[in-house]
Design a protein around this ligand. Structure first.
Ligand SMILES: Nc1ncnc2c1ncn2[C@@H]1O[C@H](COP(=O)(O)OP(=O)(O)O)[C@@H](O)[C@H]1O
Ligand SMILES: [Mg+2]
Length: 235
């Protein structure tokens, strides 16, 4: 079900962090193209620049040079507020540390993301049942009223995934979504990702060290020292 249309593309993308005299070349010139419906696993040793790349794709970190194109549009050329809109409308992000609001229930954490988008876009009422349907889909129907501290970390991660999806993002980006999870929870989270991709053609890029996650992806991109390396070079 992979469409020919590129939804995500980078051209000569670089990010250099200036740490006083030392400069860290976190992303050293990367060209990638992800097509609609693709499920890409981003792999590589710690510190090789995976998160920096993903944050640039999501418009959250500004590149030093190069382009990030979302649906053909270079988001690095946009104003901050234009970029924020694209991020909110087109991109769902799952963080390694779920970043849930501790005082809100699972349902309210997901609904909040929906409310924020509606308020910013001045659209009318969104689908009022979408948040609870998504929580059901990630296997949390019985936990909608639970607060994060009343859930396991695997459950919290699934809330974070539901939240990332509530505004029907074109592109789902996830930074080591199973990094903190045990085998069982990891498998459940992966099930959610694979079925989203298979059933709805959700385009996604997932950073992972987990070979089982990588095995279900359509394509693996290996990084080292800020660059993409061949799979053969990565071993
Ligand atoms: N905000 C930052 N400021 C300075 N250096 C950073 C920052 N974020 C990441 N780095 C550095 O950039 C490199 C790549 O980091 P990162 O993208 O987090 O790699 P990975 O996700 O593959 O572990 C590392 O050397 C890291 O220390
Ligand atoms: Mg990282």
């Amino acid at each position: 079900m992979i469409d020919a249309k590129p939804v995500l593309q980078t051209i000569a993308l670089r990010k250099q962090y200036d740490m006083g005299k030392a400069k860290v070349e976190a992303v050293a010139g990367i060209d990638i193209m992800v097509r609609a419906g693709e499920f890409v696993a981003l792999m590589g040793p710690s510190g090789c620049g995976k998160s920096t790349l993903l944050y640039m794709l999501g418009g959250m970190v500004a590149p030093t040079s190069g382009e990030v194109r979302i649906d053909g549009e270079d988001i690095t050329k946009l104003s901050d507020s234009e970029r924020t809109l694209i991020r909110r409308d087109k991109i769902g992000f799952v963080f390694q540390r779920f970043n849930l609001f501790p005082t809100l229930s699972a349902l309210d954490n997901v609904k909040l993301a929906q409310e924020i988008q509606r308020w910013r876009n001045k659209t009318g009422r969104g689908d009022p049942n979408r948040a609870s349907r998504l929580l059901e889909r990630v296997g949390l129907a019985a936990k909608v009223d639970h607060k994060p501290y009343e859930m396991s970390i695997g459950e919290q991660q699934r809330v974070a995934i539901a939240r990332a999806l509530v505004n029907r993002p074109h592109i789902l980006l996830a930074d080591e979504p199973t990094g903190n999870l045990d085998t069982n929870n990891s498998a459940r989270v992966m099930e959610v990702f694979t079925s989203l991709n298979a059933e709805f053609g959700q385009t996604m890029m997932v950073i992972t060290h987990n070979p089982e996650v990588a095995a279900v992806a359509h394509r693996k991109i290996h990084m080292r020292d800020g660059l993409i390396v061949d799979e053969a070079d990565a071993h």
